[in-house]
Design a protein. Structure first.
Length: 322
């Protein structure tokens, strides 16, 4: 089976939003929450509470194989909770990368399938919709913020599925995407437009979701959605939101700068990528916000956890269940 290199469409997607809505800028600098806290000498983010987030999965399919089974969705939620609660420490790679094991952190964020729909009716947290569209092109069809440009997120013309209240649910659309594994909408500005509310969420290719079923190696352990939720909660890629090089930064003080994406899996035996190293130290490996194969995406750092929890107490606070 040929190797399928992971590609995340989050930054191009959100850059298109900038060009379309100059006055409705998405918070690409959400990680600066942490920098601001340091500047103001505010104490650490409170980790005592577990933040729980309801998810609704909108399965939009053209072929029967794209209409994934509920068991695959359940395995995806199970994978998310394992990833965000730092339950990958038994992985043998951590014995080879002790720095990463030491930095790995329980975010104390959990996810569950929505139990009630927006009208208060009982639900399994999954919707299904047949579409006449054979696939969705994220940059041509979804690259601009107006809802009419994002057909997978709209029931107009009987093509996609409308979002449930995006201030109360994490909406995840599963469909056939061209070229990429997934993309997310960054947290909203203080006064987002109606379209920004309607399009808020994550889109994932049906071959990159959950475990088993349609999930295909090397993106077959549910880590594409883990990665995209990181963006949805304000995290950058480890090399920052630019096109690479050592000029950008993800604003996380416990993550060294790196030139660009690291792919496949680290070589092991404590070896780091010299190609992606910058002047200030070896790049981090095993992190969810890089481009590793699913089996080698294993951890968030404490600063990343702080940034995501900070997002859940600010721009996404209505989502949180205790």
């Amino acid at each position: 089976m040929p190797r399928r290199e992971f590609f995340c469409g989050t930054d191009p997607y959100n850059e298109a939003m900038f060009s379309c809505y100059k006055k409705n800028v998405m918070l690409l600098n959400v990680p600066s929450i942490i920098a601001k806290k340091k500047k103001e000498k505010i104490t650490d983010v409170d980790f005592r509470k577990i933040y729980k987030i309801p998810i609704v999965f909108h399965i939009v399919y053209n072929k029967d194989e794209e209409n994934i089974e509920k068991t695959q969705v359940l395995k995806q939620v199970e994978s998310l909770n394992k990833d965000f609660r730092n339950k990958n420490l038994d992985n043998s790679l951590f014995s080879q990368y002790r720095r990463e094991k030491k930095l790995s952190t329980d975010t104390r964020i959990e996810f569950f399938l929505a139990e009630k729909d927006p009208k208060g009716n009982r639900t399994e947290g999954i919707t299904r919709k047949y579409t006449k569209r054979k696939s969705f092109k994220p940059f041509k069809d979804s690259g601009n913020i107006p809802l009419k440009k994002q057909p997978v997120k709209s029931s107009e013309n009987n093509i996609g599925t409308d979002a449930w209240d995006t201030t109360k649910y994490l909406n995840v659309w599963i469909c056939k995407l061209d070229q990429i594994g997934g993309y997310a909408q960054y947290p909203p500005d203080k006064h987002p437009s109606e379209d920004a509310f309607a399009t808020d969420g994550i889109v994932v290719d049906y071959t990159c979701i959950g475990k088993g079923g349609t999930a295909k190696f090397p993106h077959d352990e549910g880590r594409t959605l883990t990665h995209e939720i990181g963006h949805w909660l304000g995290l950058y890629h480890l090399w920052g939101p630019d096109e690479g090089g050592c000029y950008g930064d993800d604003e996380m003080s416990d993550i060294p700068p790196q030139r660009g994406a690291q792919v496949d899996c680290p070589k092991g035996n404590g070896e780091y990528s010299k190609d992606q190293a910058c002047e200030y130290g070896q790049p981090l490996v095993l992190n969810f916000m890089d481009y590793w194969n699913d089996c080698c995406k294993l951890m968030f750092t404490k600063c990343q956890a702080k940034a995501m929890r900070g997002c859940l107490t600010s721009s996404r606070k209505k989502l949180v269940k205790m």
